[in-house]
Write a protein that binds this ligand. Structure first.
Ligand code: FES
Length: 238
């Protein structure tokens, strides 16, 4: 029996492997599905919903939904792009994101996804929440103003570093990333080389003394939009 599963995304026939999610099969085929909480090598969490696609007409998270023979997936439609724009716009106004002053600018996935979706200015009022910065660790700092609660640091610490440095506490608008110590990051077993430190898609967890090492204009998403690294697979596959 063949291990291949055939299905379609936006009328393009895709051949995936048994056990793949829609996002994994799309990535391999060179089809970009926007995402924020999903990251290679981490268990998908399905929380940000930016990757929402329609599967046989029903909304599903592409990062968690397994492929199945003959499913019809819609991805790059005006309706779905509109939903994604709304989610990203809300993320911007829920936190304090000042891209022009942020050292992650140009390498930031939130910013890059916003550009890719054509967001020029948020459509909602800013909430200007009062969030804190933890700069107690000698090598890493957390700026919660920029946190989008994707949970990548929580999963990276647990799954890749075999630690449990981060966790969520609180609910709703009070929800935040906390550390497994009474108060500060410096009280944890976090190390500067930990994968959790590089897992953050925004500028919420950053290494100290390396900011602006790559000049603005030469950063990852300055030249090419996010997702083009995936789409280039498709061009090569043809
Ligand atoms: S990337 Fe799938 S829910 Fe966040």
């Amino acid at each position: 029996m063949s291990d291949k599963i055939k299905f379609s995304i936006d009328d393009v026939e895709i051949e995936g492997e048994v056990g793949q999610t829609i996002m994994e099969a799309a990535d391999a085929a060179g089809v970009y599905i926007p995402r924020l909480c999903a990251s290679k090598n981490l268990t998908p969490h399905g929380s940000c919903r930016v990757c929402t696609v329609k599967v046989n007409g029903r909304s599903q998270a592409a990062c968690t939904q397994p492929i199945a023979p003959g499913i019809i997936v819609e991805n790059d439609t005006d309706e779905l792009k509109g939903h994604r724009r709304s989610i990203v716009e809300m993320l911007f106004v829920e936190g304090n994101h000042y891209c022009m002053f942020c050292e992650k600018s140009g390498n930031c996935e939130l910013q890059a996804v916003a550009y890719r979706l054509g967001i020029a200015a948020p459509a909602h009022e800013y909430l200007f929440p009062n969030r804190d910065v933890d700069a107690t660790h000698p090598e890493i700092f957390i700026d919660r103003n920029r946190c989008i609660l994707c949970g990548r640091c929580v999963r990276a610490s647990k799954e890749l570093d075999n630690k449990n440095v981060f966790q969520f506490v609180g609910r709703g608008i009070e929800k935040k990333v906390a550390v497994n110590a009474d108060a500060n990051l410096s009280d944890t077993d976090m190390a500067g080389v930990d994968m959790a430190a590089s897992s953050c898609p925004v500028g919420a967890i950053l290494r100290k003394r390396v900011g602006f090492a790559i000049p603005v204009g030469e950063r990852l998403y300055d030249a090419k939009p996010i997702g083009s690294e995936i789409e280039s697979n498709r061009a090569e596959n043809k």
